[in-house]
Ligand binder design. Structure first.
Ligand code: DAH
Length: 359
């Protein structure tokens, strides 16, 4: 019996001292396993007289149960501790910000297109597209720019040697205005589209590149008037430049495809060589606009006694240069990584209606 007491306390100590589930299982095998200490003592019962066997048997069973229970309890404690340790080690902090190591950046021109699309998108415009290689008629004729019209020279057109199957001359489109024609030929009014895209003119200096981008706008329905043109473009300028009270001026102008036509200026200052958009005593021209010339509507099979609307066109590089302080248009296409790093945007800089994106 003394031996059993000793064995009991030894085993209980071993159970408490087992530091992991594996060690605990070894204790279990050494005590309760087939060849374990308690099982060994059980075997000795056979050689005892009945009285002794009964007493010893009961005592052994008590110890056996006690040890089994202690092992169970220890097992739970160890399992909990192991889980806690794993949780602590494998924890991920979902509130951590995205890693700030951009692999690339958004080109300021793409950024500007996204901003312009976001602003007009909020106003209910959809995006329309047309081809870079355009037929002469859509680029000029249908827009009320007849052959020998001076506007054709002003555009410094790249004419292409190949003609269409029906013998029409092809050009690299000199503006996005032909997308107006394509849209009106395809779609019945009401129309409300913007058309961003590449355009081409034989020109090359700090503010001109033979390839550049414009965005065209066209609204046609039964009642749209000059007040809508003004409201729409004032809202656009203020949203794009992120200035609620940006002064916007409409100056009479001439485009063959609009009548009347207006050029749009925004307020700025040019003091001591410093240029700033906003309040000031100077103006900067940023886009062309006007009420769509009835002749253009008729060229597209739209009844000009029933429908009317406005159009506008703006250079996208110019918008980007003004907002982000980029001095030379040619650098947009030089793919200089230092330039791209400096002027580029992070992928998660999402443009919005209120101010596009101000940094
Ligand atoms: N297409 C003109 C250009 O490239 C810009 C323009 C002016 C477009 C007035 C328009 C407009 O739609 O109404 O110079």
């Amino acid at each position: 019996m003394d031996n059993l007491d000793q064995l009991r306390s030894d085993l209980l100590t071993s159970v408490e001292e087992a530091t992991d589930l594996k060690a605990l299982d070894e204790v279990r095998v050494s005590a309760l396993g087939k060849k374990g200490a308690i099982s060994g003592l059980m075997k000795g019962l056979g050689g005892m007289d009945p009285e002794q066997r009964k007493a010893t048997g009961q005592a052994l069973n008590l110890v056996k149960n006690e040890i089994a229970e202690a092992i169970e309890r220890r097992k739970e404690t160890l399992a909990d501790a192991e889980l806690d340790a794993r949780l602590a080690e494998e924890r991920i902090d979902v509130s951590l910000p995205v890693r700030e190591e951009p692999q690339g950046s958004i080109h300021p021109l793409s950024q500007t297109i996204d901003e312009v699309v976001a602003i007009f998108g909020e106003m209910g415009f959809t995006v329309a597209e047309g081809p870079d290689i355009e037929v002469d008629w859509y680029n000029f004729g249908a827009l009320n720019i007849p052959p020998e019209h001076p506007a054709r020279q002003e555009h410094d057109t790249f004419y292409l040697p190949n003609e269409t199957e029906d013998g029409q001359r092809t050009v690299l489109r000199t503006h996005t205005s032909p997308v107006q024609i394509r849209t009106m030929l395809k779609q019945k009014p009401p129309i409300r589209v913007i058309c961003p895209g590449r355009t081409y003119r034989c020109d090359y200096d700090a503010t001109h590149s033979p390839m550049f981008n414009q965005v065209e706008g066209l609204v046609i329905d039964e009642k749209t008037h000059m007040g809508h043109l003004k409201g729409c473009l004032i809202d656009f300028c203020r949203a794009y430049f992120g200035t609620d009270d940006l002064p916007v001026r409409f100056r009479p102008s001439y485009f063959p495809f609009t009548e009347p036509s207006a050029e749009v200026d925004i307020g700025c200052t040019r003091e001591g060589g410093e240029f700033k958009i906003g309040h000031g005593d100077d103006w900067l021209e940023i886009l062309g606009s006007g009420m769509v010339n009835p002749a253009v509507l008729e060229n597209c099979g739209i009844d000009s006694t029933k429908y009317q609307g406005f159009a506008f066109g703006v250079g996208l590089e110019r918008l980007a240069m003004l907002k982000y302080g980029i001095p030379d248009l040619r650098t947009f296409y030089e793919s200089d990584l230092r330039w791209l790093k400096h002027y580029g945007f992070a992928a998660l800089d999402v443009p919005s209606m209120t101010g596009g994106l101000s940094r």
